[in-house]
Design a protein around this ligand. Structure first.
Ligand code: DAH
Length: 343
C-alpha cells in the first residue's frame, strides 16, 4: 500500500539526482515515468486507495510528477550545448542538406539582355520608378492630349500641377535622364520596373519589366539600329533568327518601327504560337525624334541616335514558351524551380 514517505523519498531523490551524461537523464525518465516507472506505479496504486485519502495523495502525486518532468527537462537543457558541439565535431555524420534557391526567370533574362548589350559597348543606366510627367511624357514628345497620359493607363501619385508625379509607364524616361546629365556619345541600356493601370490577365499585368536602349552619337543611322537589333536577337534566340521591321508610331522616335523575330518554334513556317504568321513581335524602336534630343539639351543638328524598348516578360515568354504572364509574379516554387538549371 502506498505511504506518504514513499512519495517524500522520491521528492528527495529527484532533488539530489545529478547526471554525468544525457543518457543518465533518459534512464531517470524511464525509471520514474516510463511504463513501469516508480511514479507510474504509484498512480496505478492510487486508484485502489481509500476514498478519504484520495484528495491528499492525489495532490502530492501530481506535484511529484510535475517535479520529475521539470527536473528531466532542465537536465536535458543543460546538455543541449554539448549535444550541439558533438554534432559539429562529428565529421562522420552526414551533412545537413539545405535547399538551393533559384534565380527568378525575369532576373535571368534581364542579366542576359544586359550582358549582350554590354558586349556591344552599352553601359547600364537606371532611373526612378516614381517619376514626373516631364521625364515620362513631355520630354518624350507626347502631345498634351496623348491617351497614354490618361488616368486609365497611368498610376498618378499627384495628378495636380504643371508636372504631375506618377509611376513610370515605360523605361523611356531613363533616356531623358541620361541625356540630361551626359554628353554624347551615349550608349546605355536601362532595365527597370514599369507600371500601368491594366486589369491582370494572362497577357497583361499592372507591373512588368522593360529594357530601354539608347545610342546617341554623330552619324548614327537607321542601319546601325537594324544591325544592333539583329545581333541582339541572334545572341538571344540563336543565329538562325531573322528580324522584320514594320513601320509604326511612337511620339519619341521618327521614323518608328515595331520589330518582329522569326518564330523560333516553327522556324517561320507558321504555328499557333506565332498565329500562323511565322513572326513574333518583340520590341519597339526608332530614330530618336529631334524634339526629344532638344528637350534633353542635345543639339539635334550635330547628333542623331536610335532607341528601342522591350518587355523582359515578353522575351522570357518567347524564350521558354510560358503562356501566362501571371506565373512571373506569383512565385509558385514549382514554376521557379524549373529554372534551376538555367545558367
Ligand atoms: N516605350 C515604349 C513602350 O513602352 C517602347 C519603345 C518603343 C521604346 C520605341 C523605345 C522606342 O525607345 O524607340 O511601349
Amino acid at each position: 500500500m502506498m505511504e506518504k514517505k514513499d512519495i517524500e523519498q522520491l521528492f528527495d531523490r529527484i532533488d539530489k539526482f545529478t547526471a554525468d551524461k544525457l543518457q543518465d537523464v533518459e534512464d531517470l525518465r524511464v525509471k520514474l515515468l516510463g511504463k513501469k516507472g516508480e511514479i507510474t506505479r504509484l498512480f496505478d496504486e492510487f486508484r485502489t486507495i481509500q476514498p478519504e485519502l484520495k484528495r491528499e495523495f492525489g495532490k502530492h502525486l501530481n506535484e511529484l510528477k510535475t517535479k520529475a518532468a521539470e527536473k528531466i527537462e532542465s537536465l536535458r537543457e543543460s546538455f543541449a550545448d554539448i549535444v550541439e558541439k558533438d554534432t559539429l565535431t562529428d565529421f562522420t555524420k552526414p551533412g545537413d542538406m539545405f535547399e538551393l534557391g533559384t534565380r527568378h526567370p525575369i532576373s535571368i533574362v534581364r542579366a542576359e539582355i544586359l550582358d549582350i548589350f554590354s558586349r556591344f559597348g552599352f553601359a547600364v543606366a537606371e532611373g526612378p520608378e516614381i517619376e514626373d510627367d516631364w521625364h515620362v511624357f513631355s520630354a518624350l514628345n507626347f502631345p498634351p492630349e496623348h491617351p497614354a497620359r490618361d488616368m486609365q493607363d497611368t498610376f498618378f501619385i499627384n495628378p495636380e500641377g504643371d508636372d504631375p508625379i506618377l509611376l513610370r509607364t515605360h523605361t523611356s524616361s531613363v533616356q531623358v535622364r541620361t541625356m540630361e546629365r551626359q554628353k554624347p556619345p551615349i550608349r546605355v541600356v536601362c532595365p527597370g520596373r514599369v507600371f500601368r493601370n491594366e486589369a491582370i490577365s494572362a497577357r497583361a499585368h499592372c507591373i512588368f519589366h522593360q529594357v530601354e536602349g539608347l545610342y546617341i552619337d554623330k552619324n548614327v543611322s537607321f542601319a546601325d539600329l537594324k544591325q544592333a537589333i539583329l545581333l541582339f536577337v541572334q545572341e538571344m534566340f540563336g543565329p538562325q533568327t531573322q528580324i522584320r521591321m514594320r513601320p509604326s508610331y511612337f511620339p519619341f522616335t521618327e521614323p518608328s518601327t515595331e520589330v518582329d523575330i522569326s518564330c523560333n518554334i516553327c522556324g517561320g513556317k507558321g504555328c499557333n504560337i506565332c498565329k500562323g504568321t511565322g513572326w513574333l513581335e518583340i520590341m519597339g524602336a526608332g530614330m530618336v525624334d529631334p524634339n526629344v534630343l532638344e528637350a534633353s539639351g542635345i543639339d539635334s543638328k550635330e547628333y542623331t541616335g536610335f532607341a528601342f524598348g522591350m518587355g523582359i516578360e515578353r522575351i522570357a515568354m518567347l524564350k521558354w514558351m510560358v503562356n501566362d504572364l501571371r506565373h512571373y509574379f506569383e512565385n509558385d516554387v514549382r514554376f521557379l524551380r524549373e529554372f534551376q538549371s538555367v545558367k
